[in-house]
Design a protein around this ligand. Structure first.
Ligand SMILES: [Zn+2]
Length: 336
């Protein structure tokens, strides 16, 4: 029976990242969908769902996605709730963007949600523009934050080519049906010396490659994520779309979240707390000062954990920073 499935898959597919035809089943089952198949390119390691779920992406992200995928699991949250989620990753995204802007910069965020990152960036740049399929979020950003927003794809906005110094898209590319084509169509909207910044979950996630927690894999793979990248495959698809740049990893979730997964074998309910810099600190003043010493020690432990993972490219998130590829010139945009 397994041979039959393999044959079907192999005949139908080429790898988007490397063009190889060695696509084989990798696992069956993603979050809330035990029957969904994930396949892998044996040549380069790119993974993707097969077949893709059969819904219209724009309609799905406008109406259904936010009902089930939130910082707090299984809750219905409003645009204002999402705007107020000041999680650690948001800060990390902001700091990454701030590394590449100046007061004259025009910045576009694709998948801007309720505009939290753009509103924090706004005082530092000339103009921010947001795109999000979710009309409630886009209207929130436009009405409450006075950010120019669109609910269409970039090429349907009427915005001209060579418009942006920075285009960023955090946790978008894994949702896109044809990421190479999508990146290629975005490319002309960057200025010649513009910077593209992407973030996406790391397939070489530490809980799966170092600690081997199968329950985490069952949770981590999910229907809206059509593609699963590691450092190599993210670089391959960006190169294929006409960019050159660099992939690094970041560790967003704290060490307490690792321990929670190891012992509870399930996610924490609150993703904001799971990313906090201070996961297990003592909150009461204690005689003898052990609170201060212990908190210092715990923060150091969390910091060491994150730094070691990042140093060895095992952080839970991939960041890509690149520019339009020009023959003979490697991307070497320096952080400001
Ligand atoms: Zn491949």
């Amino acid at each position: 029976m397994q041979v039959t499935i393999k044959t079907e898959v192999t005949k139908a597919l080429l790898c988007m990242a490397c063009g190889a035809d060695r696509i084989e089943p990798f696992r069956t089952g993603v979050r809330n969908r035990p029957d969904q198949k994930v396949v892998e390119c044996k040549a380069c390691g790119l993974q993707f769902l097969h077949p893709f779920p059969s819904y219209d992406l724009k309609e799905y992200y406008d109406s259904k996605y936010r009902g089930t995928h939130n910082c707090e699991m299984d809750t219905k949250r409003t645009s204002e709730d999402r705007f107020n989620d000041r999680h650690y990753e948001l800060q990390d995204n902001l700091e990454t963007v701030l590394g590449y802007v100046c007061p004259e910069s025009r910045v576009l965020e694709i998948g801007c949600a309720a505009g939290a990152m753009l509103s924090m960036l706004q005082p530092h740049v000339k103009e921010v523009v947001g795109l999000d399929y979710n009309s409630e979020d886009a209207h929130y950003a436009a009405d409450k934050l006075d950010i120019a927003t669109y609910t269409t794809d970039l090429w349907e906005t009427g915005i001209g080519h060579n418009s942006f110094d920075v285009i960023c898209a955090f946790h978008v590319i894994e949702h896109v049906e044809d990421p190479v084509r999508w990146l290629y169509k975005i490319r002309p909207y960057l200025k010649n010396d513009g910077v593209i910044i992407l973030a996406t979950p790391n397939l070489d996630h530490p809980y799966m490659t170092l600690w081997d927690i199968p329950e985490f894999a069952d949770f981590w793979y999910r229907e809206p994520h059509l593609y699963y990248f590691n450092m190599d495959t993210l670089e391959k698809i960006t190169n294929a779309a006409g960019y050159s740049g660099e992939v690094t990893t970041a560790q967003i979730y704290n060490i307490k979240n690792l321990f929670h997964w190891m012992y509870a074998r399930e996610p924490q309910k609150d993703a904001v707390a799971a990313q906090s810099r201070a996961p297990v600190l003592i909150n009461r003043p204690t005689s003898g000062g052990i609170d201060v010493l212990m908190n210092h020690s715990l923060l150091n432990m969390d910091s060491d954990y994150r730094n070691l993972l990042m140093k060895h490219s095992r952080g839970d998130i991939l960041y890509y920073v690149g520019g339009r590829y020009v023959r003979g010139a490697d991307f070497k945009k320096q952080k400001r």
